[in-house]
Design a protein around this ligand. Structure first.
Ligand code: GTP
Length: 604
């Protein structure tokens, strides 16, 4: 057995630059998947993913390719990577499982911030990077300019850059040849114990957790007992195999190979992305040896780069109908089996009833979870405005107490020696230079601290800010948590009809409180439907009302506009009204629609 004809690679691309289309092409030209069986974009398997057109969970595929240069057959393992910043840890692990990466850039667009971040991750992992200009069939394609940009920003030699169109098939063979030629084969086995890096896992209701991994040393086969170094869980392997991309069992997987295994593993937490798989027997033998020599070392060294998933954004999820609480709990526990980065704990709120406080990697992750809950589990939910985690520090030195605040309503009232700390992120935005002014305006508006402006090429610049408030907006940019800093923050509460509505509380900067309060009550006034009585809405800090508005009582019903007897139109209006009612939550006597819970998001 030799690894000289194995190539492990991934594709780095910005969303929409054509990664999935290209992956399909690569599988198609190698006849890995018969054309008629080929569902468009095979690698993105979740429904939701296909609909949103983004890659969330990474998976892998193995293709055989006969090189035109030496006539030999090569095994090419394509390891897919998710494209969004929320999933950058998974990207880094899938890159660590490769020796090379295709950098796919839309020839009509140019390189984007997130792509750049992933290129840096690839370079850190010592990957060979093969640049590819995609979409050259488009009239707007400007391959020369984009090639120059890649050369100047990353320093890759682009003199022989592949011009491709994943749509029409131009350049696909050239890409295959480049992979064989430039991506190095995996290093040969060292003869050490079995070690493999997990780059993905998923829960299959029939077979339990399926673990996707890259073997770094040794071999694994059916019947082996494995141990996950980080979770310390042990399981018997009932199947090992490769992805073509459908799963095909094989005898064994050896150093350099990419494959999957399963073995009645019930919890994805046992097999987190980034953990190292070892053989139980080898681990025990190594441990016994170390015990003899009284060494404190780890029996088998874990592969580098494991990290716990830390949620950055929290929101409350409540069923509209209290009867659905049990179903929601079950649905969350099932989603969690697939998604180790999702966290949740029960939350009870006087106004909202029973629900869950959930932690997400970012806003996109939150949206995906919410949609899956509603779509796959048929739940009607109210999601409160997402908030970052604040830390409240009280006292100094030894006596210092730290409270972690993951919901605005949990923020204690401000005391004298209390410091409220907010997370700061470093944000890098890549933009055509003509928009520099606009981006910087935005940065200042968001209370960002300007750090750097670089011209990557005369037409393109990189702007760096340090910003708090990362839940604002869905901008396409690269961000990274740097630290917690003290902020002059207060809790802004909302009272509807003189009753507290804690899920509508937000945490704001003192100097913005007045503006935010006014906007919040104004938008709530618009969003909350009229009642039979007058409803006052107030924004308060502590006992002080800083802004107020009131909703006047209802006068007309929805059918008032329908003259005559158009029955179907009346029905439609009533249905529309019923649907609108569905996603509302009673706060005291007032029904508050979902949109109101998100109103805090658009507060500035
Ligand atoms: P994510 O999965 O969100 O990361 O996007 P992606 O990078 O996988 O992009 P995808 O393959 O879904 O392509 C995005 C759009 O570009 C689709 O509408 C494709 O049909 C189109 N597209 C991809 N490659 C080409 C190409 O070579 N030429 C043209 N004209 N369109 C292309």
């Amino acid at each position: 057995y030799s690894t000289t004809r194995v190539r492990n690679f991934s594709i780095i691309a910005h969303i929409d630059h054509g990664k999935s289309t290209l992956a399909d092409r690569l599988l198609e030209t190698t006849d890995t998947v018969a054309k008629r069986d080929m569902e468009a974009q095979l690698l993105d398997s979740m429904d939701l993913e296909r609909e949103r057109g983004i890659t969330i969970k990474l998976q892998a595929a193995r293709v055989l390719y006969r090189s035109q240069e030496d006539g030999e057959v090569y095994i090419l393992n394509l390891i897919d990577t998710p494209g969004h910043v929320d999933f950058s840890y998974e990207v880094s692990r899938s890159l660590a499982a490769c020796e090379g990466a295709l950098l796919v850039v839309d020839a009509s667009q140019g390189i984007e911030a997130q792509t750049l971040a992933n290129v840096y991750l690839a370079l850190e992992n010592n990957l060979e990077i093969i640049p590819v200009l995609n979409k050259i069939d488009l009239p707007a394609a400007d391959p020369e300019r984009v090639a120059d940009e890649i050369e100047e920003t990353i320093g890759l030699d682009c003199s022989n850059i592949v011009h491709a169109s994943a749509k029409t098939g131009i350049g696909i063979n050239e890409i295959m040849e480049s992979i064989v030629k430039y991506v190095p084969p995996p290093p040969p086995a060292t003869g050490g114990p079995f070690r493999a890096l997990i780059f993905d896992s998923l829960f299959d209701p029939y077979r339990g957790v399926i673990v996707f991994f890259r073997v770094v040393d040794g071999a694994v086969k059916k019947g082996d007992k494995i141990r996950f170094l980080n979770s310390k869980a042990e399981h018997d392997v009932t199947e090992v195999g490769i992805m073509q991309p459908q799963q095909v069992p094989v005898e064994a997987l050896r150093a350099g190979e990419v494959g999957y295994l399963c073995g009645s593993i019930k919890d994805v937490l046992d097999a987190r992305v980034g953990d190292t798989i070892t053989l139980s027997s080898e681990y025990k033998a190594a441990a016994a040896k170390l015990k003899e020599s009284k060494s404190e070392e780890e029996p088998i060294k874990p592969l580098p780069g494991y990290s716990e998933a830390t949620p950055m954004v929290f929101a409350g999820i409540f069923p509209v109908d209290a009867d659905q609480y049990e179903s929601l709990r079950l649905a969350l526990s099932k989603l969690r089996l697939n998604d180790a980065a999702l966290s949740y704990e029960p939350e009870t709120s006087g106004a909202m009833g029973f629900g869950f406080r959930c932690g997400f990697l970012g806003l996109l992750h939150m949206d995906v979870v919410r949609e899956r809950l509603e779509r796959e589990y048929d739940l009607d939910l109210i999601v409160t405005a997402p908030a970052v985690v604040y830390r409240v520090e009280q006292g100094e030195g030894e006596k210092k107490k730290v409270i972690v605040v993951d919901a605005p309503s949990k923020m204690p009232d401000k005391l004298r020696d209390m410091k409220i700390m907010e997370p700061y992120v470093r944000v890098e935005v890549l933009t055509p230079s003509e928009y520099n002014g606009k981006v910087m305006e935005l940065g200042t508006e968001r209370r960002g601290i300007f750090k750097d402006l670089k011209y990557m090429t005369p037409q393109r610049s990189s702007i760096v800010y340090e910003v708090s408030d990362i839940t604002q907006g869905y901008a396409s940019m690269e961000y990274q948590l740097i630290e917690y800093r003290e902020g002059d923050l207060v809790r802004l509460d909302v009272k509807i009809n003189y009753e507290d509505a804690p899920p509508l509380s937000t945490i704001v900067h003192v100097d913005a409180a007045q503006t935010v309060g006014r906007r919040l009550v104004a938008s709530l006034k618009e969003l909350i439907p009229r009642q039979m009585f007058k409803v006052p809405i107030q924004a308060c800090i502590g006992v002080n009302v800083i802004a107020s508005a009131s909703i006047s009582p209802m006068r007309k019903d929805v059918l008032a506009k329908c003259y005559g007897g158009d029955l179907s139109r009346k029905k439609k209006l009533l249905q529309k009204q019923a649907k609108g009612k569905k996603r509302m939550k009673a706060m005291g006597k007032v029904s508050v629609p979902q949109e109101a819970f998100m109103a805090g998001l658009q507060r500035i």
